[in-house]
Design a binder for this molecule. Structure first.
Ligand code: AKG
Length: 481
């Protein structure tokens, strides 16, 4: 089952006709104008199978000029479009809501250049994150971004949603790592902002508008990214804590002791780990299951193998001595490390295998971060499984509520409670997943009215007809009159 939307189709949008299809075939050739039912079905639903549109047309442009021509035409005809990358988003942002034309960037997957001295990569938006990483690894670099969906997600989508991921604690936000972008505006204008400079204070830094705007202001076609060096030594430790306070103290200690070496600090409650062990094939708990309430996965990365390993071992020993951790194991080889990470990275998929799932991606003060999980659990009783995990080092909780099917009554128990709670603690209702369709009407829980008004005026300026990814990010009432 999918979830219903309250968004109404904007009557100002045209519907596609035969002439439109012929025109797109002229631009793209027959092969890249898709009307095949099966392929449309796959492009109309997100990977959770939660959001489902009814687009009749999927376009696969191969270069910047084609994207520009498509948008120019759609804008003149008032045809709405949804830009789509790997379609791994979690808020319904990458699928149509109604009959929007799907513009999928997967055919634009060329690596253009790598500056090997400075680690500056230029590539097209449809490159799959993992492919970029494999390419870079051979050259001594890595992507500053890593996430469970790396095998399918595309860099253009990552940037459009300002994805955070597992290494955020070390390499920071894409706002810091993206040096340049090429973006196509709604009317087909090509914005060349493909600078490779680290420093450039000439006027407004417009690229930031497109990072995290979820395809509502333009379509990203090329990117310039600053890539960190691939360091020779990586260590992972899987640890158990008996309570949430210990997890927090462990974080503070790790920052103090391991300092710049930390490349990930992830946490999972025991319900999360149980969920992973049940639904991820071949997953097993490195530490005795169900004995501990919390698990923490730490990764350190550095240039000196023995130094880094010794440091982590000493940290573990000390943490055990003072009782911050109840048990812990350091991966002895790459296989063991990847078995640790399989549990953490497989969690999102595990929850979708378990049935229907309501996902909340919250930024909260770390000391309050787990309270919402406990309150939600108490609130829902046995009608749903409530699990909490996420990027503790970044104050980002993934609150997942797993049920057998999507049910408005259960949703009404969760919302608006979860949003009100988050706003009350001055958190964010979207830390790293965006607002998409799911939370377009909820933005006011995290942004002031004045701020949202400015956002709406920027949207109207760049996309006056509102054809780019409609019904997403901003409240419909602010854009349509
Ligand atoms: C993560 O696993 O870090 C995610 O961003 C996915 C969270 C979720 O599925 O709720």
């Amino acid at each position: 089952s999918s979830v219903a939307t309250n968004a109404k189709r904007n009557p100002a949008f045209s519907t596609i006709n035969l002439d439109d299809v012929l025109h797109f075939k002229e631009i793209l050739g027959h092969k890249n104008v898709i009307q095949d039912e099966d392929r449309l079905l796959a492009a109309n639903v997100d990977w959770m199978r939660k959001y489902k549109g009814s687009s009749q047309l999927l376009l696969l442009p191969r270069n910047t000029e084609e994207v520009s021509k498509i948008l120019k035409y759609c804008n003149s005809r008032c045809l709405a479009v949804v830009p789509q990358g790997g379609n791994t988003g979690l808020v319904g942002g990458s699928v149509p809501v109604y009959d929007e034309v799907i513009i999928n960037l997967s055919a634009m997957d060329k690596i253009i250049s790598l500056d090997k001295v400075n680690g500056i990569l230029i590539c097209e938006a449809g490159c799959i994150l993992e492919n970029l990483n494999s390419f870079l690894a051979n050259e001594g670099y890595i992507m500053p971004l890593d996430l469970g969906a790396k095998g399918s997600c595309q860099i253009g989508g990552n940037i459009s949603t300002n994805a955070g991921g597992l290494h955020f604690i070390r390499y920071g936000s894409l706002h810091g790592n993206i040096l340049g972008l090429e973006v196509i505006l709604a009317d087909g204008t090509i914005l060349d902002m493909l600078t490779t400079l680290r420093k450039d204070n000439t006027g407004y830094d417009l690229k930031h508008l497109f990072i995290g705007s979820e395809g509502t202001l333009g379509i990203i076609t090329k990117i310039v990214v600053l890539t960190p060096c691939k360091l020779s030594s990586t260590n992972s430790a899987f640890l158990a804590c008996s309570d949430y306070l210990s997890c927090q103290k462990l974080l503070a200690e790790a920052k103090q002791d391991l300092g710049e070496a930390i490349s990930a600090f992830e946490f999972m409650d025991c319900n999360s780990v149980e969920m992973a062990l049940t639904h991820i094939e071949g997953a097993r708990n490195p530490l005795p299951a169900s004995l501990y309430k919390f698990y923490v996965l730490i990764e350190t990365t550095g240039a000196d193998e023995s130094y880094n390993r010794t440091k982590l071992e000493a940290f573990l020993l000390r943490s055990m001595e003072v009782g911050l951790i109840s048990d812990g194991v350091i991966a002895q080889d790459l296989n063991q490390a990847s078995s640790f990470w399989q549990i953490r990275e497989g969690l999102s998929e595990a929850t979708t295998k378990a049935g229907a799932v309501y996902k909340y991606d919250l930024s909260l003060p770390v000391d309050m971060l787990y309270s919402i999980v406990e309150e939600m659990r108490a609130r829902l009783g046995n009608i749903a499984k409530v699990i909490g995990y996420g990027h503790l080092g970044d104050g980002n909780l993934h609150l997942n509520i797993s049920t057998t099917h999507y049910d408005e009554k259960i949703q009404a128990q969760i919302e608006p409670f979860v949003y009100e709670w988050t706003a009350h603690h001055r958190g964010s209702i979207s830390a790293e997943h965006g607002l998409g369709l799911m939370k377009a009407e909820k933005i006011h829980y995290s942004k002031s009215e004045e701020t949202v008004k400015v956002m709406a005026s920027i949207k109207k300026l760049l996309d006056p007809k509102g054809i780019l990814n409609p019904y997403k990010v901003l409240p419909q009432s602010m854009l349509q009159s």
